[in-house]
Design a protein around this ligand. Structure first.
Ligand SMILES: Cc1cc2nc3c(=O)[nH]c(=O)nc-3n(C[C@H](O)[C@H](O)[C@H](O)COP(=O)(O)O)c2cc1C
Length: 160
């Protein structure tokens, strides 16, 4: 099995930390989704911009990914929850990428209101979807994990 975690992480690095944990645990490579235009550091401004983008269906331009997905059988997609769905950068990745024939896992990080992010990823990704996981943090913008570490480890341990 050759696996890669393709993730987007913007505010406090929660999604990156989970991606790194998957990489450390099962040897998956990591590839960060990055937008060409930065969202900046002002949390409220990011919230407002994200709401406008999601409401209008805006698809941001992405920087090239650091890996060639042809090299991988398993793709694990990670997104922060933005306005109850995936971040627009992850939507852009899924729209631009054909995952047909790959095993696809997905995880979201969120602050208590997971919404439909995982379901939305499932609808857009065309690979064989195997397993999803939601990781809760202590509040919107918080970085203390509330989800059980044992549950997270068990989900990671099942990735093939
Ligand atoms: C623009 C924006 C929208 C958010 N919307 C939600 C939401 O709908 N539900 C929720 O539980 N958390 C929401 N959050 C909190 C993030 O999902 C949470 O802090 C996540 O772990 C951040 O991941 P990151 O540090 O990798 O960017 C939002 C955060 C931002 C910046």
């Amino acid at each position: 099995m050759k696996a890669v975690v393709v993730y987007y992480s913007q505010s406090c690095g929660n999604t990156r930390k989970i991606a790194e944990m998957i990489g450390l645990t099962n040897g998956a490579d990591l590839a960060e989704i990055q937008t060409v235009s930065d969202y900046g550091d002002d949390y409220n401004a990011v919230m407002a911009k994200a709401r406008d983008e999601i409401n209008s269906g805006y698809i941001p331009e992405l920087k090239p990914l650091s890996v060639n997905l042809d090299d991988y059988d398993t793709v694990i997609i990670g997104t922060p929850t933005w306005w109850y769905t995936m971040a627009p950068a992850v939507r852009a990745f899924l729209r631009n990428t054909d995952l047909t024939g790959k095993r696809v896992y997905a995880f979201q990080t969120h602050g208590g209101q997971p919404g439909s992010a995982l379901k939305d990823i499932r609808l857009l990704s065309k690979g064989e979807n195997i397993g999803d996981f939601a990781v809760e943090f202590d509040s919107e913008g918080g970085s203390r994990m509330l989800t059980s570490l044992d549950d997270l480890r068990a989900w990671i341990g099942d990735i093939r």
